[in-house]
Design a binder for this molecule. Sequence first.
Ligand SMILES: CSCCC(=O)C(=O)COP(=O)(O)O
Ligand SMILES: [Zn+2]
Length: 213
Amino acid sequence: MRTELTLEQKQQAYTELSDIKANLAARGWFPGTSGNLSVRVGEFTPEQFTFAVTASGKDKSVRSPEDFLLVNEKGTAVEATKLKPSAETLIHCEIYKHTGAGAILHVHTMFNNLVSELYGEQGFIPVQGVELIKALNIWEEDARIEIPVLPNYADIPRIAELVPGAIAARIPGIVLRNHGIYAWGANVFEAKRHLEAFEFLFEYVYRWHLLTK
Ligand SMILES: CSCCC(=O)C(=O)COP(=O)(O)O
Ligand SMILES: [Zn+2]
C-alpha cells in the first residue's frame, strides 16, 4: 500500500524543483519549452514510488504555481489536477525503477545534441582522461567512459522500453540522439553535479573533434 505523502514532503520537492529549474534556465538549458525535471518523494521500491515532475509544455524559465505535479511509477497523476505531466515522464519512470535515483534532470543543449549526432550511430559517446569524469564519482587515472546514446523515437514508450538496457554501470546519464540528456543522482545536488560534468565533457568532445578531425 502507498503511504500518503505529507504536505511538507510535497512542498520540499516542489521547492527543490523550482530552484534547480531557475538555475538551469539561467544557463539557457531549456530552449523552446524543452526539458523536464523530477524529484522522487517518499518510500521507494522498484514496483511502487512517487515523484514530482514538471508539467508538460511550460516555459521552464518562468516560475508559476502550476509548474509541478505528483505522479506514480506508471507516470499517472496521484492527485486531482488539470496539469499534464511531462510528455517524457515514462523515461523518468524507467530511470527511477532501474536506478533508485532521487532526482532526474533532462535538458536540451547544443553540445549534447551535436555530440549525440557525432556518436549516435555507434550508440555511445566515448570520453577519456578528462578531469571532470571525477564529478561522476569515477576516480581512476585516465578513466575512459562511454555515455549511452539512444535513438530519438517520436513514440516515448518506445524509448522508455530501451532505457533499462541502456543504463550503464557508473554512468548516471543517457543521451537521446539529437534531443538531449537525462542525468540523475541520489538527490538534486548530485544530479546537478552529474549534469554539469556531462555538459562540460560534451563541449570538450565537440571542440576536440573540431581540433583534430
Ligand atoms: C519543445 S521540446 C519537445 C518536447 C521535449 O523534448 C521536452 O523535453 C519537453 O517536453 P515536456 O512535455 O516535458 O514539456
Ligand atoms: Zn526532451
